[in-house]
Design a protein around this ligand. Structure first.
Ligand code: IPM
Ligand code: MN
Length: 358
C-alpha cells in the first residue's frame, strides 16, 4: 500500500489532505463535528476519542447532541426532525453508543441509528480488523464493507393476527441493483488501492437465490471493470469458519447488511476484542456528514467504572480524520494506538497514553 491508509480511500472519494488543510488555512474554520455521546459508556469513550484527535492537531468545532435512551426516557423523543436537519449541515458525526435497559428493543436502533444511516445515505459501513502475526500466522489486515441501507434492515414486512396462535410475521430483504452496485463499486475502488488487491463477496447464493443472484451478477459485472483486482466468493457460513481459522486470507470483504452485522462482531472477536472494533458509516458522495462509531454498545453495567476500553472509539476518530482529509493525523493516531497496545488502565488512562504518543 502506498502511504498510510486505514480506509484506503481513493481520490474519487476523498479530498486530498492538501485541499482540506488549505481550506482550513484559508477560512480558519475547523471541522464541524456533531458529538452524540449517547448512553452508558458512550460519552466516556467519545471524550477520549476527541482528546486524541485534538492531540493529533486536528481543529474541531464540536456540537454536542443529547440523543439516546436517557433522552428518550426523559422526553419521549428519539430523533426530532429538526435535529436531523441540523446534523445534515455538519462535516461529520462522532457517536459513542446508545441504549439503556429500560428502552424497548428497536426504539433507538430503528429510530436513531438506522434512521441516520438511511436519511443521511450512509450506504457504506466500513469496519477494519487487524491483528499482529503473534495471533495469526501472517497477521490480519482486513476491511469488511457492509452495505448499510438495504437488506433485511429496511423494515419491510409486517405482522398479521398479532398475539394469536396463527400469528404471521414477515421481514423481507430489500436489494436494489443501484444499492448493491454502489456498494460493490466502492469495494472495488478501495481494493485496487490496497497492496493485496483482493476482494471477497460473502453471501448465501445457494439459498437466497434472488438476492444472492443479484449480488453475484453485480459483483461479476463490476469486477469486469477492475482487471487488477482478484476476486473470490464465500458462502457466509463458510466465511465464519475462515474468519476464525484463517482470517489472514482476507483483504477486503463485501457483503450485505445483515451478514455484515454478524460477521463484523466475529471480526471484532478475532482481532483483539470488541473494545478495538471501529466503524465508519460513510456517505461517499459527501452529500452530507458521515458517521463514526465503535462497533460495541453502551455497556451500562460498566458505566462510570473506568473499565471501558476507548480504543474502538479512538480508532473511529482516526477513521473520521482520514475521511475528513486529515490523513497525517489519522496515521499518527493509528500508530499511537499500536504503540500503546500493552497499556492497561482506566478509560482515561488509556486515552491519555494514546494522546501522549500521537
Ligand atoms: C451495529 C449494531 C446495529 C446494527 C444495531 C444497534 C442497530 O449492531 O452497528 O453493528 O445492527 O447495525
Ligand atoms: Mn452489530
Amino acid at each position: 500500500m502506498g502511504g498510510f491508509s486505514l480506509l484506503g480511500f481513493q481520490k474519487t472519494f476523498q479530498k486530498t489532505s492538501q485541499e482540506t488543510s488549505k481550506e482550513i488555512e484559508d477560512t480558519g474554520v475547523a471541522h464541524r463535528v456533531g458529538v452524540i455521546g449517547g448512553d452508558g459508556i458512550g460519552p466516556e469513550v467519545t471524550a477520549e476519542s476527541l482528546k486524541v484527535v485534538r492531540a493529533a492537531g486536528v481543529a474541531l468545532d464540536t456540537v454536542d447532541y443529547d440523543l439516546g435512551g436517557v433522552r428518550y426516557l426523559r422526553t419521549g423523543e428519539v430523533l426530532p426532525d429538526a435535529v436531523l436537519d441540523e446534523l445534515r449541515g455538519l462535516d461529520a458525526i462522532l457517536l459513542g453508543a446508545v441504549g439503556t435497559p429500560d428502552v424497548p428493543p428497536g426504539v433507538l436502533e430503528r429510530g436513531l441509528l438506522l434512521r441516520m444511516r438511511f436519511a443521511l445515505d450512509l450506504y457504506i459501513n466500513l469496519r477494519p480488523f487487524r491483528a499482529g502475526p503473534s495471533r495469526y500466522n501472517d497477521g490480519v489486515d482486513m476491511l469488511v464493507i457492509r452495505e448499510n441501507t438495504e437488506g433485511p434492515y429496511v423494515g419491510e414486512g409486517g405482522v398479521l393476527r398479532y398475539g394469536t396462535a396463527n400469528e404471521v410475521a414477515t421481514q423481507g430483504s430489500v436489494n436494489t441493483r443501484m444499492g448493491v452496485e454502489r456498494c460493490i463499486r466502492y469495494a472495488f475502488e478501495l481494493t485496487k488501492q490496497r497492496e493485496k488487491k483482493h476482494v471477497t463477496l460473502v453471501h448465501k447464493t445457494n439459498v437466497l437465490t434472488f438476492a444472492g443472484d443479484l449480488w453475484q451478477r453485480t459483483f461479476n459485472d463490476v469486477a469486469a471493470d477492475y482487471s487488477e483486482v482478484g476476486t473470490a466468493y464465500n458462502h457466509v457460513d463458510a466465511a465464519c469458519i475462515y474468519f476464525v481459522q484463517d482470517p489472514g486470507r482476507y483483504d477486503v470483504v463485501v457483503t450485505d447488511n445483515l451478514f455484515g452485522d454478524i460477521l463484523t462482531d466475529l471480526g471484532g472477536a478475532i482481532a483483539g476484542g470488541i473494545g478495538r472494533a471501529a466503524s465508519a458509516n460513510l456517505n461517499p458522495a459527501r452529500t452530507g456528514p458521515s458517521l463514526f462509531e465503535p462497533v460495541h454498545g453502551s455497556a451500562p453495567d460498566i458505566m462510570g467504572t473506568g473499565k471501558a476500553d476507548p480504543r474502538a472509539a479512538i480508532i473511529s476518530g482516526a477513521l473520521m480524520c482520514e475521511f475528513l482529509g486529515e490523513t497525517e493525523a489519522a496515521a499518527r493516531i493509528d500508530k499511537a494506538v499500536a504503540g500503546a497496545d500493552d497499556v492497561q488502565g482506566t478509560t482515561s488512562e488509556i486515552g491519555n497514553a494514546i494522546a501522549e504518543r500521537v
